[in-house]
Design a protein around this ligand. Structure first.
Ligand SMILES: Cc1ncc(COP(=O)(O)O)c(C=O)c1O
Length: 336
């Protein structure tokens, strides 16, 4: 199954979309304003400075430690092409783009499996010789958070440790972030604003790393790869701690209710998650995603995540009224 499959291509027209992990909140007024101002500036080339400065200030870092990205996903492709490491490790099941990018440049990728009962990481399973290690925190699709101390123990001077924190602002545990840890050797923290702010189509993210690495990555790509709207959005979101806090609390409440309801369904296992999605396993229904699609609900079949199979699906956590529709559809399918 393809490492390049993503939830965005899966929803049938008109379906309620639990396949993509976006929380459907209207963008804050300051963000709309920033995008409108960005549109007025589109005749000029993009200017990254303000976004880099504000992102640096937010994380207690220097602007030289910040690289703006055309979406978090660009980090994995840029790192693979610029660094071309020989031996790497990807923690799975997880977002598959890091492995896809590393394989595209001919790197040897060792898959390190999370424990299939708890989805926790045993750091001793990461091969010593891995020059680059990719891990998600919180991890997609399991929703697990790895404690900062465990991640810190994986860092080595001769290794790039790539921690994808694209969903961390949707958790209520921002202390799990390594964004403010320039002391950890080789650490690269990847962030996205496309999930929290519903900006998947604008493409906007950034990474934090040592200044020489940031300079090397910038030297390996075309100029102006992050557009004016993305620069504007990144600058305004970096100065907005209130929206993540508010949305993370809304997500947590909706998630607790949905998880409780799912766990009460016989034949279905759901794991606790720190993020705005849940991993489910249903052993007795072979075509669960198709059957839910027939009920008007799009979910993400999870068999393309290394380590999972046809029994698993991932569902987004959406506002309670939507989640009720998911539960009703699941009941209809499970009682067939
Ligand atoms: C874990 C994870 N990281 C990164 C991305 C990509 O984020 P962006 O839209 O910022 O490229 C996704 C998208 O689904 C994801 O699931």
């Amino acid at each position: 199954l393809s490492l390049r499959l993503h939830g965005d291509t899966l929803a049938r027209p008109g379906a309620l979309d639990f396949a993509t992990c976006l929380w459907p909140a209207p963008p804050p007024a300051a963000l709309i304003d920033a995008l409108a101002r960005g549109l007025e500036e589109c005749a000029r080339y993009p200017d990254e400075r303000s976004a880099r400065e504000r992102i640096a200030a937010r994380h207690g870092r220097q602007p030289e430690e910040v690289l703006l990205l055309n979406g978090a996903c660009e980090a994995f492709w840029l790192l693979a092409h610029a660094l071309r490491p020989l031996r790497t490790a990807c923690v799975h099941p997880s977002f598959t783009e890091p492995e896809a990018a590393l394989r595209a440049v001919g790197t040897e990728v060792v898959r390190v499996s999370l424990d299939p009962d708890s989805w926790q990481l045993d750091p001793s399973r990461i091969p010593d010789e891995a020059e680059l290690v990719a891990i998600g925190n919180p991890n997609n699709p399991t929703g697990t958070l790895t404690p900062a101390a465990t991640l810190a123990s994986i860092a080595r001077p001769a290794r790039r440790l790539v921690v994808d924190e694209s969903f961390i602002e949707l958790t209520e545990e921002p202390q799990a972030s390594l964004a403010a840890r320039p002391d950890l050797p080789g650490l690269i923290v990847v962030r996205s604003i496309t999930k929290l702010y519903g900006l998947a189509g604008i493409r906007a993210g950034y990474l934090l790393g040592e200044p020489p690495l940031v300079a090397e990555l910038a030297a390996q790509r075309q100029p102006w790869s992050v557009n004016t709207l993305a620069c504007r959005a990144l600058a305004v979101c970096a100065a907005d701690p209130a929206t993540p806090r508010r949305l993370a609390a809304e997500v947590a409440a909706a998630r607790a209710e949905l998880l409780g309801a799912l766990c009460a369904r016989p034949g279905l296992r759901a794991w606790p998650s720190a993020a705005n999605f849940l991993l489910l396993r249903v052993d007795d229904v072979s075509d669960l995603a198709d059957a839910l699609a027939d009920e008007g609900i799009a979910v993400r079949p999870a068999a393309s995540f290394p380590g999972l199979d046809e029994r698993y699906i991932r569902v987004a956590v959406r506002p309670p009224a939507d989640n009720a529709q998911l539960l009703a559809a699941l009941d209809a399918v499970l009682m067939r």
